[in-house]
Design a protein around this ligand. Structure first.
Ligand code: ADP
Length: 499
């Protein structure tokens, strides 16, 4: 699992923290209360920086700035091409600062630096270029009417968008939310997760350098029940978009409904099945199922956290999955070649260890792992359970950690029922060479994304979202635009009906 030194002497990141205040109306400012909160290094649990702590009063200030920027412009009234150019210039700046941004993300979140630098920051750039491309291609319809009327629709920005994001992919969640909202001409108040406030502030500064007018994007760092709840229930916010747990998603939707009935998109939890059929190439299936679960320290809402394996290949699969998990390199995420860093914080760390204990107590077979690693920070051993049964807690709850649960199946009909027997429906994976089996499963599984012979493919253009209690609405791709647009029907009487 890597050397002891990797846990005891953390590598010093080569990036400076320049932005820790709230971003309101184009300026970095202290919170109204003057309060701050510490953001911690998951490698050690030590303080990285103290960050301004926004609450209801700061949300009010941020919403006023966003309202003014929306009502008075110039952003929504600019030509769509000009807006597109701002987003493209921003993408260029992100590319230029790729490595600094990645280092900041790793420091605040604990994810491997190589993952941040080679995949996540480039995806942020890609997403903004994708939505820059949409900005000037949003148009309405000419509509046929029964009477003597000329009818067309205008697709207008919805107004002030409130956005609440989680800590597992701080930059990607920023991109999924901010990209489409800006492309459509909205203004924004974004609340970042209290565990990871740093990178959003950094890239927001680059957005302003790219020409974003003041007040268009406001960022309030702070906690959920204070700043988050104030945003969701604000009377002057026209739309709310949330990513996080199902539990909190319910609260956000309730606050949105109880206040001004603002529309609400939710991207929530999951317990995604990954189904390995008897004809699968086992070595490839083992690798993909391992990636599907352990990627990002297992902190993915769409993690393939129920690995269903056909009984004929089950024993071989278990043996190879255990060996693969034991080969996983865990250590300081700044170190080269590291696959897994620490979990985000002590709360998640304790929760995961509790689930591991519950797996052992419910008589699942602990194949490997099961404990913490090192004595500092929040590192957990890659853990594999076999003989997992559907009714065990580890097969039902979202663990959000490096814990793989492997279940056995015999018949396709049966595995379809079991895979769908969950309140979640975010994603599913299918591994087979048989086209008929793949077609059957992709139609029968009730989930927002089905990955066939692949997993975690996240192009800018591919929509993402959940069935059932995994969420409402879709983000990314063309689908996200609708979340940030209003449709206005314009009906004009014709002077000469004969025409
Ligand atoms: P997690 O348990 O993984 O931290 P949450 O769903 O609680 O996930 O957090 C996701 C985001 O929701 C974070 O930005 C968090 O601050 C915010 N949040 C938490 N509680 C509330 C709440 N009551 N109202 C609005 N936002 C909240």
């Amino acid at each position: 699992f890597g050397t002891a030194a990797a846990f005891e002497q953390p590598i010093t990141p080569s990036v400076r923290i320049n932005y820790t205040q709230l971003l309101i109306d184009g300026k970095f400012v202290d919170s109204a209360s003057g309060k701050t909160f510490p953001t911690l290094d998951p490698r050690t649990g030590e303080v990285i920086a103290n960050v301004a702590e926004g609450d209801a009063e700061d949300i009010n200030r941020a919403v006023s700035a966003a309202r003014k920027a929306f009502d008075e412009g110039p952003w929504p009234k600019m030509s769509a091409y000009e807006r597109s150019c701002v987003l493209l210039r921003f993408a260029d700046l992100v590319e230029k600062h790729n490595d600094e941004i990645a280092a900041l993300e790793t420091w605040d979140n604990g994810k491997p630096y190589e993952q941040a630098a080679k995949a996540e920051v480039p995806m942020l750039t890609r997403l903004f270029r994708y939505y820059a491309g949409w900005a000037d291609k949003i148009h309405g319809l000419t509509v046929p009417a029964d009477g003597p009327y000329q009818v067309h629709t205008l697709h207008e920005p919805i107004g002030v968008a409130g956005q609440i994001i989680p800590w597992n992919f701080p930059l990607l969640m920023f991109a999924w939310k901010v990209g489409p909202a800006l492309a459509c001409g909205n203004t924004i108040v974004l609340k970042t997760a209290e565990q990871t406030p740093l990178t959003a502030l950094y890239v927001a500064q680059l957005l302003h350098e790219a020409g974003l007018p003041p007040g268009v994007l406001n960022i309030v760092s702070g906690f959920g029940p204070t700043a988050g709840a104030a945003l969701a229930s604000h009377m002057d916010v026209d739309k709310i978009a949330f990513t996080g747990s199902t539990e909190t998603g319910k609260i956000v939707q309730e606050l949105a409904a109880k206040s001004n009935l603002k529309p609400c998109t939710l991207e929530l939890g999951g317990k995604s099945p990954f189904i390995i059929c008897e004809d699968a190439d086992i070595d490839k299936a083992v690798e993909l199922a391992h990636f599907a679960l352990f990627f990002n320290q297992g902190q993915c809402c769409c993690a393939g956290s129920r690995t269903f394996v056909h009984e004929r290949v089950y024993d071989e699969f278990i043996e190879k999955s255990r060996a693969r998990a034991q080969r996983r390199t865990v250590g300081d995420p700044f170190q080269k070649g590291i696959e897994q860093g620490p979990q985000i914080d002590s709360e998640q760390f304790e929760k995961i260890l509790k689930y591991i204990k519950s797996g052992v107590e419910s008589n699942a077979t602990l194949e490997c792992g099961g404990d913490r690693l090192g004595s500092k920070g929040f590192y957990i051993q890659p853990t594999v359970f076999s003989n997992v049964q559907d009714d065990m807690l580890i097969a039902k709850d979202e663990i959000f950690g490096p814990v793989q649960s492997i279940l056995k199946f015999k018949e396709i009909d049966d595995v379809i029922k079991r895979a769908n027997a969950t309140r979640y429906g975010l994603a599913a994976g299918v591994f087979t060479k048989n086209l008929d089996t793949a077609n059957r499963l992709t139609r029968a599984l009730r989930a927002g994304t089905i990955w066939v012979n692949c997993f975690d493919v996240f192009d800018a253009a591919i929509p993402f979202g959940g069935y059932k209690m995994s969420g409402i609405g879709r983000e990314k791709g063309i689908y996200s635009l609708n979340n940030y647009l209003q449709v206005k029907a314009v009906v004009t009487a014709l002077k000469n009906p004969a025409w």
